[in-house]
Design a protein around this ligand. Structure first.
Ligand SMILES: Cc1ncc(COP(=O)(O)O)c(C=O)c1O
Length: 476
């Protein structure tokens, strides 16, 4: 592929771009239970116009574009207030949950470097259910992740287990509100008390939950304290581009005060170029996501969010009850909001996801761990809430189809993996296994059950290697 010698017409370009979407999952029809968060056509249109009106403005320098400073501080302050930060609390907009989390970890690391230089290998204590973004932050920032097991009945971490994992090198405690996989809140107040007792920073990952849980609480649902009302909480991440229903590319990272936030900011005048001051990771960045977030918060208002949240909670309850009413399926734990997962002892859930995919549904497979069974995840949001009855009908039918199908030979796969691990050239043996699982070349496989079965049975480091090789081949 080369840049065309002469330009192509607008009509052709737009038609071609639309055609590229032909194999994408149908999120507009409400059949994708994850990834997209649609606030409805009218709100989306307002947000789109706002986003496009700031497409070219650059967040690199607030002195050149004070409008972006205004948008950022307005949005951050609205979220800080929603999460009960006081006048000392501060925050920034970032490109997403991952960036917010990486910044919170960097802030903790740099504070420790300044105040506790004797710590040579900083550690962060986090539950097994914490998002992978914390492991990515640990990897990028050379912080050691100290992973704490969860209670396998509730999928929540226990505060006393977090406390036991603290050492002289600990710089940060982490918990989720809620964790993505099973949609449950960790005991934030109890972990906050541990953080205070040990004089440690404590980050609450409210990337998915911050906004939705706050409005659930306003609607009268019983939600334990999870935000700045908990004294030990020192920073929070909360995404606008998930249950804030903003366009992609917008999250917040918030701190209890400026004293802490200063460790996030990076400045550099050591080059021949312009003075660089970056409060967040990105330098040049479009104003689009900021304007989109500002627009949706103002367009929906509290009343609009409460409407969305009520609709979503009603659908989530219907779905969870409906899943539990299917004898072969069981919802895991007691989800606190509208995200949940379910397992089956009777059928292979990855085959079930494939059958559902044939009917256009996207349910997300999650692998097993020693404390959690393999399962399928569902994130209910306003854009898919209306599909609850249709989803349950197809789920009931697809369970019957999978029951009648040839099951995947799990024992055979385990034997193949065992043989590859023993082989004199494990790299080659695993490449062969990857190819037989369909993880090779640049085409994505249409059925995922076999691949998921293989990956679920692989030791984590080998599975990660598998995936890295797969992506290394998938892209240019
Ligand atoms: C709890 C939680 N934290 C962090 C993230 C990462 O967010 P992002 O994909 O915006 O980087 C996610 C994503 O789903 C999440 O569920």
């Amino acid at each position: 592929m080369r840049i065309p010698q002469t330009g192509i017409s607008k009509e052709e370009i737009l038609a071609t771009l639309q055609a590229f979407k032909s194999r994408d999952m149908d999120w507009k029809g409400g059949k994708v239970f994850g990834y997209t968060y649609s606030p409805g056509a009218e709100s989306a249109e307002v947000m789109k116009e706002a986003y496009l009106s700031f497409l070219t403005e650059n967040g690199l320098d607030p002195t050149v574009f004070p409008s972006l400073l205004k948008l950022e501080t307005d949005v951050a302050r609205m979220v800080i207030n929603l999460l009960h930060g006081d006048a000392n609390a501060v925050g920034h907009l970032t490109s997403g949950g991952t960036e917010s989390i990486m910044l919170a970890v960097k802030t903790a690391r740099d504070k420790a470097r300044a105040e506790n230089p004797q710590i040579l290998q900083p550690e962060m204590v986090l539950p097994k259910t914490a998002h992978a973004a914390f492991h990515k932050a640990a990897h990028y920032l050379s912080v050691k992740p100290v992973v704490v097991d969860i209670d396998p009945a509730t999928f929540k971490v226990r505060a006393e287990d977090m406390e036991r994992a603290i050492t002289a090198n600990t710089i940060l405690l982490v918990a989720s509100a809620p964790s993505y996989a099973q949609g449950v809140l960790d005991p934030i107040a109890e972990i906050g008390a541990v953080a205070q007792k040990h004089n440690l920073l404590f980050h609450v990952d409210a990337c998915v939950g911050g906004i939705h849980l706050s409005f659930m609480r306003q609607l009268g649902y019983e939600i334990p304290d999870f935000d700045f009302t908990v004294p030990g909480v020192t920073s929070i991440s909360c995404d606008l581009h998930k249950y804030g229903y903003a366009a992609k590319g917008c999250s917040t990272v918030m701190y209890r005060n400026k004293e802490l936030r200063k460790y996030q900011i990076f400045a550099c005048t050591d080059t021949t170029g312009y003075t660089l001051i970056n409060p967040t990771m990105l330098s040049s960045k479009s104003g689009g996501p900021y304007a989109g977030a500002w627009a949706i918060l103002n367009f929906l208002g509290e009343a609009g969010y409460k409407n969305l949240v009520q609709t979503v909670q009603d659908a989530a309850k219907k779905l969870m009850d409906g899943v539990n009413a299917i004898p072969e399926l069981r919802v895991l734990g007691k989800p606190d909001m509208c995200m949940f997962s379910f397992e089956s002892e009777a059928i292979n859930v990855y085959q079930l996801a494939d059958e559902m995919a044939k009917r256009g549904w996207y349910l997300q497979g999650q692998f097993s761990t020693p404390l959690t069974p393999r399962n399928l995840h569902i994130s209910v949001s306003f854009g898919n809430a209306h599909s609850a009855d249709a989803l349950l009908k197809d789920l009931r039918e697809c369970v019957e189809i999978v029951k009648a199908k040839e099951p995947i030979n799990s024992e055979g796969i385990k034997a193949m993996i065992g043989a590859a691990l023993q082989s004199p050239d494990p790299q080659a043996a695993f490449s062969q296994l990857a190819a037989s699982a369909g993880l090779a070349g640049t085409e994505l496989p249409s059925e995922m059950a076999f691949i998921n079965e293989v990956m679920d049975n692989l030791p984590d480091p080998i599975c990660n290697m598998f995936l890295i090789n797969f992506f290394n081949d998938l892209y240019v």
